[in-house]
Design a protein around this ligand. Structure first.
Ligand code: MF3
Ligand code: CO
Length: 257
């Protein structure tokens, strides 16, 4: 069942999603060659708790950390580790879900580590563009397939592929609500978007082929099968009659406020 949110509830989700944006920026400040993903997680978790938030990934179906931190060929759900050091030229996706005052926001950003190749930069640029093209479709009367189609068209046109195993989702009262929001699809199909719906749109895009595998050891880490890099950007958005109301933000990362 798709749970609709009142205007007041949307504002509470916005507050949580804004804190996610600040937490991602705080982690981003520490992204540089030589740091471990465990260090980034520790910094970020402290920031969330200092601001009255609860990091919801920690303990979610046994996930051990506050953030999913995914380097290069790790698409999503990377477990922060003392053994994973960032290197110049890497990309690192940082994904964070916070509960604040009982409401949940979810957002992710892929950072670059030092100087990265032009092709890595293009992957990140196209993936982020596809997120905003998907968000543009988040309008009452459209359907979930319109969002996925916009993401898919843009990424495939640019020679990239869309992960099929994982999707965006409803969010706000809990981390994962209905509907599923795939990053591929056919326009005019799927769940109807209505004012009051809040969803997380999160393209997971591969430089090479779309096939992924999940780690046998930890059950979480999702990697590209071909070992090529992937990127991931995510926003929490409220559907309105006039279009998307993007509740999370990258402004703290990109404007360094
Ligand atoms: N932000 C992720 C999502 O969009 C996090 C879920 S994985 C978790 O669904 F288990 F770590 F929480
Ligand atoms: Co999500």
């Amino acid at each position: 069942m798709i749970l609709l949110k009142t205007k007041e509830e949307v504002e509470l989700i916005r507050a949580s999603a804004q804190l996610v944006g600040k937490a991602l920026a705080e982690v981003g400040k520490h992204v540089c060659p030589g740091v471990t993903t465990a260090f980034l997680d520790k910094i970020g978790e402290q920031f969330i708790r200092d601001n009255g938030g609860i990091p919801l990934c920690k303990g979610y179906e046994g996930f051990p950390s506050a953030f999913c931190i995914s380097v290069n060929d790790v698409v999503v759900h990377g477990i922060p580790s003392e053994k994973v050091f960032l290197n110049e030229g890497d990309n690192v996706s940082v994904d964070c879900v916070i509960e604040l005052n009982g409401y949940v926001g979810d957002s992710a950003y892929t950072f670059t580590v030092g100087e990265v190749s032009a092709e890595m930069q293009r992957l990140l640029k196209v993936t982020k563009e596809s997120l905003y093209l998907g968000l543009d479709r988040c309008k009452e009367g459209n359907r979930v397939g319109d969002i996925g189609n916009a993401v898919q068209q843009h990424c495939e046109k640019n020679g990239y592929s869309v992960v099929r195993e994982l999707c965006g989702h409803g969010v706000g009262f809990k981390m994962h609500e209905s509907p599923n929001v795939p990053n591929y699809g056919v326009p005019g199909t799927g769940a109807l978007l209505k004012e009051g719906m809040v969803i997380a749109v999160e393209p997971m895009i591969c430089m090479g082929s779309k096939n992924v595998k999940f780690s046998q050891e930890d059950g979480w880490t999702c990697r590209t099968k071909d070992g090529k890099p992937a990127a991931h950007f995510e926003h929490t958005v409220a559907i309105t009659k006039n279009g998307p109301d993007i509740l999370s933000t990258f402004e703290f990362i990109e404007n360094k406020q």
